[in-house]
Design a protein around this ligand. Sequence first.
Ligand code: PLP
Length: 618
Amino acid sequence: MTTNNTTLPDIEQLTRLANQLFTALPCDGSLLNAGVHAASPQATTAAAESGKLTQLASLAERHIEPPVETAELNKLLANYGTVSRSSAPSNTLTTAPSFYFLDAAQQQQALSTVELTVKSASQTLSPQSAATADLDKVTGLSSLAGQHVELPAETLELHKLLASHATVNRSGIPSNPVAETAANPTFYFLDAQQHPHRDLNTLGLVSSHAAFDVHAVRRDFPILRERVNGQPLAWLDNAATTQKPQVVIDRISEFYSHENSNIHRAAHELAARATDAYEKARKTVANFLHASSPEEIVFVRGSTEAINLVAKSWGQQNIGKDDEIVITWLEHHANIVPWKQLCDVTGAVLRVAPVDDNGQVLLDEYTRLLNPRTKLVSFTQVSNALGTITPAQEMIELAHRVGAKVLLDAAQSVSHLSVDVQALNCDWLVFSGHKIFGPTGIGVLYGKAEILEATQPWQGGGNMIEDVTFERIIYQPAPARFEAGTGNIADAVGLGTALEYLQRIGVPNVARYEHELLGYAIEALRGINGLRLIGTAAEKTSVLSFVLKGHSTEDVGAALNKAGIAVRSGHHCAQPILRRFGLESTVRPSLAFYNTYEEIDRLVSVVRQVQAGQIGFY
Ligand code: PLP
């Protein structure tokens, strides 16, 4: 993480632009020869952004005379931090503490850079845009180039190019190449001839919809460019957590750079900005879930905390001795332990709906468990261990018929399926931000307004009260009454951005792509001798649990890790369902929309080699 000196152009922004610019140039700098406009080999093969950068380079090149000025420009940019092409970002901030201290000459240079920036900005841009924060950042680089730009028209062109490449707008979401592509969903789709996997037609797995351009999506996720054990990272551990797109990373950085404050109570500008951002995120979540109002959205730490909140507030207030709570065998420990604890405290009874050998809830058995003593049903929409999609709407309807309330655990579903709480008619729904391309430490409890209003809070403290005396306490209405203390403000804002990002791509598009990818993976894994797939429900998503005869799940996981492929091996915090299949652990690759057919091919190839005894494990 770099640190900004507020009087200088934004270092990270500048570094990114500079590195993009120089990556697009040939290594020998030959493009900088006046009059040479041909793109470098890297630039011509690179994606659309790279094309823009080449344009930018060619604009700059007309005004830079080699070699002295190029070297100087390079030096200046290097001062702001460089990212080495071959490895992880390295910059002077991490390697040289003396970077923080300027000598007199450097101070002068920094000041004149800022002066030039301001002059160049005021000459070429409207007063309104000159006032924005983006301008400071954009002009950071353009001022360097601006030393060589003579014509206002060309400066403007340069600004336009830079602005279209990366700007941060204080009042809203950062807009940058990622945001731009995400804002333009057609960017993510290929025409019929361009399906990302050659063999799918023959397998009959291709839908008639425009193919999803997974490589366009992958460019939004910087971590997917990592190498692990010398191999490109294949992140197939999405049921545990998902990776974050650049827009989310930028949004959190933007929050801490320009908006950070505690929320709701202060009289100052930053409190207003932080409060606006936080409440906007709440609206985004409400919109994403089709809730009837943002007041139905409570920010919590994650699914686990959300379930505990319901168990320890509504549960303790409404469940008594001999009442019954129904869950299913598919549940994650987070949807077992709080209910078992509640039963232990209240004398209520925990009932568990069984599943068949494919991992599907036996609906008849489930229905038989429901009766007037059933006060609560809590079940998962997608099993984290098997990938089974439960018939949630039907199960909710059946539970309501006996007067039970229903909590739906959507931790594994929201990133794969469209979820509409009003259509489902669940009473509560929970999910975690980190499983849906958002930050860790933030999650959501949706609750019907009338239920939240009728529920006493779980935790007490600041933020959740309207008035306090030593004699009595008046609570805020929901959702504030459930958000005691200072919450995870920045990550709530980051979660809002993640949901907006996913909405721009479109959850139905994601679902369609993942369905094809999962079908391909199931077929491929089924072809491996001694491999047993665990969880073969007709309706399933994302998860591919398996065991391999003669090999421990740890060994298979280790062999995959050696090949740069991240999967989970273990009990997946769902021991009862694995034991239902006679197992203590499985290997669990799990997919997201940024995974590719090539990654599945790599997975299958390594498992085949393990099975054939061709590779060691550690
Ligand atoms: N429910 C399900 C179905 C899960 O898969 C998980 C996590 O894997 C959880 C709940 C708990 O989520 P968290 O650890 O984010 O609170």
